[in-house]
Design a protein. Sequence first.
Length: 338
Amino acid sequence: MNEKTDVIIIGAGPVGLFAIFELGLLNISCHVIDNLDKPGGQCAELYPEKPIYDIPSRVNITGQELTNDLLAQAKPFKPVYHLSQQVEKISKLESDDWLVETNFNKKIQAKCIVIAAGAGSFVARKIPLDNISDIEDKKILYAVRNKSQFQDKDLLIVGGGDSALDWTNELSKISNVTLIHRRKEFKAAPDSVSKMLKLEKDKKINFSLGQIKEVENLQNGKIKVVVKNEDIIKEHEVDFLLPFFGLKMELGPISTWGLNLDENLIKVDTEKFETSIPSIFAIGDINTYPGKLKLILSGFHEAALMAQKCFKYCYPDKKNIFRYTTSSKDLQKKLKAI
């Protein structure tokens, strides 16, 4: 059986999260899909501690603080989040609803789709080696989705950023971990670096300098990873290789949906931020129109106007009476949980 909702929001960044709130005020339920493992989009993933200065009423606020506030604001409307997965296919049903399918075979039915995917989907930067596709997502994993699978296993983690060091520190509790980085200088948070160095000093993890040159699938169920540092070559026989080389942006399957695109951005009208396909909307950095400014506050404005049009699709027989949260007792009752 397909899960059902009123609106599917693709993208759990700040604009997607605020869209939950604007739709919720109109009694429109939402499911949210994002290929990251947590809400917040770029704000939470790329600059959680970086101050943002152009959010109205906030002198400055970090990316993570903004994400936390938007999650709290959306909470009264009970959104359902589907994280660590990507929308791969959309199709129109006889009922005129949309059927959205993800790469995890999740199927959700809705009256409207709202694309709030920023500059596209975050995807992992992969190892630049040939002939490894058959073991990627099996022995080579670019994200941790099920920590228990690493229990008592030999792991090789590669990278020097937050993800690499955070997972080194965490998985060292249940696994035999070796961390590889091309130099002993790290971009991760200082606290994470300190924890990793202490683990190395206490011989609870291994650290080695170098870069991956070759990966070979072995007959014993393990993989052999060849690491080179200047003239020194080491071979590591492990159960899993976890490369954390950061993320890149791709438009992904959205580019195949027949939308009117302009240089990988989705064209919309500025009355309701609907795309060239009725009942599919695009808000935030993913869209384009004359005078477009790629600001979070612009996306908030777009979300508010989008919601008004979504109401007509979700409740075609009802009249939408605009109400202010400052004066509507009904809206204030809904928002009491904030």
